[in-house]
Design a binder for this molecule. Sequence first.
Ligand SMILES: [Zn+2]
Length: 483
Amino acid sequence: MVATAAAAKALGRPIVYVQGNIHAGEVEGKDALLALLRDLTTSQKPNALDSVVLIAVPIYNADGNERFASQSVNRTEQNGPELVGQRANAQNLDLNRDYVKAEAPETRASLAMFNAWDPDVFVDLHTTDGSFHGYALTYSPSLSPAAVFGGVYARDSLLPVLRQRMRSRDGFEIFDYGNFVSDERALISDTSVHEGWATYDSRPRFGTNYYGIRGRIGILSEAYSHDSLARRIASTYAFVEEILSLVAEKSQAIQSLSARADSQPMAWGRAPDSLQMIAVRSELLATPRTMEVIKEDVLKTGDSSFTQPGVPRGERRSGIFRSIRMPVYDRFTSTLDRLPPAAYVLAPPETAAVNLLRLHGVRVDRSDSAWSARGETFTIDSIITSPRAFQGHHEVRLKGSWQRGLQALPQKSFIVSTAQPRGALIVYLLEPESEDGLATWNFFDADLKKGGRFPVTRIFDLSRRGRAAPRRSSASTTQSPQN
Ligand SMILES: [Zn+2]
């Protein structure tokens, strides 16, 4: 047992963080995680806890969990249990849409934990109520193309092995998370595709996508809501146990991946060759792989009564499963890449944005004097505000163009060097055209006007920052601005 982040780090083992119940109606994660903790800690035999540090939070959305109601109210498309918690937290926020804006205390505490303990792997346990498929569990790596380290490694090196082991050692078929296109068209722009399987969303408002952009591994686990509770607990238990075991086996590769993700941005300023493009917008890759996907036939009953919890009125499950070859859309591709500047500079009034960056573990300095440097500013051509509120926000999309020149930067500007761990996250959050950045979530609304300048400037070098503005590189990442 370790009590502090420093003690965990000192063990030199990979750190795995697993949470259940972020959507508190999706209950089996808490049972599976508690059972696994019991078994790992009381077992006399060697197990994964000899090789990894496990941080387990069985009930992440505690307030949602306490708002018990009938499953037919809180979780309509689920095969029991009878009483479950609600999806949202007590503020009515969906915690799995909050990882960028971080408005919920749960998210803010999570980010502080990520910064302090820095888990190599984050596993988020859910239940899916989508298509009728043949899998005990579906999973996803970080889908953001900006997740160049943990996202790709999980997708290509961990999840295929987990899928094989779940089949051969645990007796469960699992597959990449998705829905049949016939059930969920939204993401597929090609309307000639009638049969296919497609994943969800790449944006970091979702926890496991966010965690990939931090340069670490995120794994989404979705038990199958049409299975019994006992089977959902069993599949989730087996999946987490297999993850711990595989992470223990691959500890060296995973820890060096974490180290590389952190050191790469540090090299950006010194060696221009090392600069990597950061994807700030993306779309589902239009060239799918063709694979076999297991589908269950759902039959019309001819009357409008319920047959089973979670099955729509007038339909019943057939128990007939078919493997069908179809296009599988399981990954995203970048539609807008941005090269990291040496730094972003935020105008002095942008303290809300700065507070949020610090919460994300980003070091922000402040200039003591006015200075000038080569850089670029973004002139806003259009501000597209979503007419519909989502999580209490009207999301903003900006279009415009960059102009290069000498930038005059006022005293007390905030300086965010990209040469720090999470450099990719900094670019993603601060670029004006990012699909899920600070501009999206209204942090800059007061300063946005058509024809005006975006309040974040790109700076190409920090060397002329001036004598009166020494680097405060020792500043704590958790410090709040003083004003
Ligand atoms: Zn969920």
